[in-house]
Design a protein around this ligand. Structure first.
Ligand code: PLP
Length: 398
């Protein structure tokens, strides 16, 4: 019997991709094997994170890296690291930052729900620029001088949400920050693929970068990567790891920590609730290797095949369009345009009915206002594709 059925919950057909709400990405067999093998032995976590630091440094070109409990945890820890550096007193006081700089500058147009993770460390966000193109009130995006003019004695850093359409470029924002001795924390959680972004964001000068481990890398859902300058990554690690050891016994790996600069060991830090297990670390590193070696690219044709089957089955029932990504690495998706008038219900209702069926089907819901369902093939195989076709047919046949 299926493990979920035993618990009384029916597994769904996930046609939405690696979304956190639906459990993230599927893990490859070798990732699951690594997870299980790691569960059978014990290792000191700071030593294992030291190994992870070297592996992540190799993959990203950064000085150091840390496996975090997701990109959002990476943002909290990264913000904490920029706030405290190696200052043990500040680490102890977070998220209260009375008496030291704790403002981070962010473009107003980059504000999003995930920046709560930055604020959680104690940061106060200071917005620059406007939303003029969205407001229909102008053509200009946020500009580098606006970041520069907002910097003052309370400024501790800059947050930048990376993306192909982000303006100004990360390099320009880094130049402003470094001119003022400030660090830039980059949210690049969903910016893989392209695989090249693993290196390019670091190469653009970012001081810390957070990636999701449970999206395109297909590691455990509750993992992520924080990489960047060793001093900052080390400060982040100090605020996440279990610190209940004697300083005289503590022999941390050089790949993460500069022990000589520490006056002692901090107590458990603000990131203690974001701990990562040895199994998660080992599985994430295994998945990272598959991702960087291009193992997932070899599955693209099969994923495309599943979408083509869905499209063929819907011929005469709904208009479909297979959308191939420009980067040649991301998964294609299938957009299904509904005849809402003919069906007598809007796309939102179709989406709800798909969720209420058996098995429940969750399709991409980002284009419902345009009357479209989006099929992401990441979780599809032959059997699930057949079930998906049956359920779509049930709901879309007039
Ligand atoms: C997914 C996402 C996150 C959160 O990543 P997790 O690994 O789920 O914590 C943060 N920021 C952005 C922009 C994202 O897309």
């Amino acid at each position: 019997m299926d493990v979920f059925e035993r618990l009384g919950i029916e597994p769904i057909i996930n046609a939405s991709g690696a979304v956190t709400r639906l459990g993230g990405a599927p893990m490859s067999p070798s990732v699951l094997e690594a997870f299980c093998a790691a569960a059978g032995e014990s290792v000191p976590l700071e030593q294992l994170q030291g190994v992870a630091s070297r592996v992540i440094a190799e993959a990203t070109g950064a000085e150091a890296g840390l496996v975090t409990a997701g990109a959002a945890a990476g943002l909290t820890l990264g913000a904490a690291a920029i706030l405290t550096g190696y200052d043990l007193g500040r680490m102890e006081r977070l998220p209260h930052c009375d008496g030291f700089p704790h403002e981070f500058i962010i473009a107003r147009e980059q504000r999003n729900g995930y920046d709560h993770a930055v604020r959680a460390a104690g940061v106060r966000l200071v917005e620059v620029g406007f939303h003029e193109p969205i407001a229909g009130a102008g053509v200009r995006r946020v500009e580098a001088w606006e970041y520069a003019s907002a910097i003052g004695p309370s400024t501790a850093g800059i947050v930048y949400v990376y993306g192909p359409h982000a303006r100004p470029s990360l390099a320009e924002v880094v130049a402003v920050a470094h001119d003022h001795g400030l660090s830039v924390l980059v949210d690049a959680a969903g910016e893989l693929p392209p695989c090249a972004n693993l290196r390019e964001i670091v190469a653009a000068g970012a001081d810390l970068v957070a990636f999701s481990g449970g999206k395109a890398i297909r590691g455990p859902q509750a993992t992520g990567i924080l990489c960047g300058r060793r001093e900052l990554v080390g400060a982040a690690a100090l605020q996440m790891l279990d610190m209940d050891d004697h300083f005289d016994l503590w022999e941390p790996p050089d790949s993460l920590f500069d022990r000589s600069r520490l006056a002692g060991l901090p107590r458990h830090g603000i990131g203690r609730g974001m701990k990562v297990s040895k199994e998660q670390i080992v599985a994430l590193l295994t998945a990272l290797r598959l991702f960087t070696e291009g193992a997932y690219d070899r599955e693209l044709a099969a994923f495309r095949g599943h979408l083509e089957r869905v499209a063929a089955a819907l011929e005469g029932i709904a208009r479909t369009a297979l959308v191939d990504p420009a980067d040649g690495e991301s998964l294609p998706v299938l957009e299904i345009s509904l005849d809402e008038a003919g069906l007598g219900r809007p796309a939102l209702d179709v989406c709800r009915r798909l969720r209420h069926g058996s098995p429940p089907v969750y399709v991409g819901h980002g284009l419902l206002d345009k009357g479209k369902l989006v099929i992401n093939p990441l979780h599809l195989n032959e059997a699930r594709t057949a079930t998906l076709i049956r359920r779509l047919g049930d709901e879309l046949r007039p």
